[in-house]
Design a binder for this molecule. Structure first.
Ligand code: SAM
Length: 276
């Protein structure tokens, strides 16, 4: 845990300036830090991947319980600071971009991090694409992004990232975090989120097509689902879409934001049959 005083002291001593470009907001709230560590429910069998350790606000506590911690930090200055401070056999500090991390090198991981907000969605998508290597994900993200992730049909913020996440995993907002829990304080509040990859998903014939359909529908939220699908270029004729919607039990005049993930999946599977 690092206090505001300690963070300021480290920054001064090492002549570091928090980089906006790299989304550097350092955790300085002891209560939030404790709540995060408790929520992780770490065991001595856990292999943890820490995303963006920064000045190490969480790293020591992760190492205290987990079997091994691999921490990936993009900023050379922070990586250098952490490497000097932490020489322990259960911590591997990698200087690099988390988006290029090679998941094949590890046993199953618990992925943890107060994410740099400029790439939160890319990190989440990357983690979900590597879900077979990941037992659970615990991340801090902007509140608005967290709300989009957990949103369901009928919500104004329900969209393709909600469907993508919920198709592969079960997301849950664990607790809110005020902006002044970080230094420098970001512009907006955050949330601590758990995202647990599903062992078994919904039956699906064509994953790529499903997400093309979903993305296309949410790009035109105000249109009806019939009109969105017709103009998507994914289907041969209007009749094809009408038959598939009918067989899926979705009224053609519905707006995409009222269509559940399960209905999108049914629609995708039926379209595959209709199109032969
Ligand atoms: N975990 C620290 C904490 O809670 O105080 C720092 C959190 S800060 C919000 C995000 C961290 O991610 C920064 O240390 C930043 O340098 C690092 N970062 C930014 N982009 C990254 C990337 N592509 N790969 C790995 N780390 C990155």
């Amino acid at each position: 845990m690092l206090t505001l005083r300690e963070v300021k002291h480290i920054l001064r001593e090492y002549d570091l300036r928090p980089s906006k470009r790299l989304g550097q907001n350092f955790l300085i709230d002891a209560n939030i830090q404790k709540k995060m560590i408790k929520a992780l429910d770490l065991t001595p069998e856990d292999n943890v991947l820490e995303i963006g350790p920064g000045l190490g606000a969480l790293t020591d506590d992760l190492c205290a319980t987990a079997k091994k911690v691999t921490a990936v930090e993009k900023d050379y200055r922070l990586w250098e600071f952490l490497s000097k401070k932490n020489e322990r056999h259960d911590l591997e500090l990698i200087r690099g971009d988390i988006l290029k991390y090679d998941f094949n090198r590890d046993e199953k991981l618990k992925a943890v991090g107060n994410l740099p907000y400029y790439i939160s969605s890319l990190i989440l998508i990357m983690l979900l694409k590597n879900r077979h290597r990941i037992g659970s994900i615990y991340i801090t993200v902007q509140r608005e992004f967290a709300e989009r992730i957990v949103a369901g049909p009928g919500s104004k913020v329900y969209g393709s990232i909600s469907c993508f996440t919920q198709f592969y995993a079960e997301p849950k907002i664990l607790f809110p975090i005020k902006k002044n829990a970080f230094y420098p304080a970001p512009k907006v509040d955050s949330c601590f989120l758990s995202v647990t990859p599903r062992d078994k998903g919904l039956y699906l014939t064509d994953e790529e097509k499903l997400f093309k359909i979903i993305r296309n529908c949410f790009e035109k939220r105000r249109k009806t689902i019939l009109s969105s699908l017709r103009s998507s270029g994914l289907f041969g004729s209007k009749e094809e879409v009408i038959v598939a919607l009918d067989k899926s039990g979705i009224l053609p005049e519905r707006r995409p934001e009222t269509v559940s993930l399960k209905e999108f999946v049914d629609l995708n599977n039926i379209l595959d049959i209709v199109q032969g």
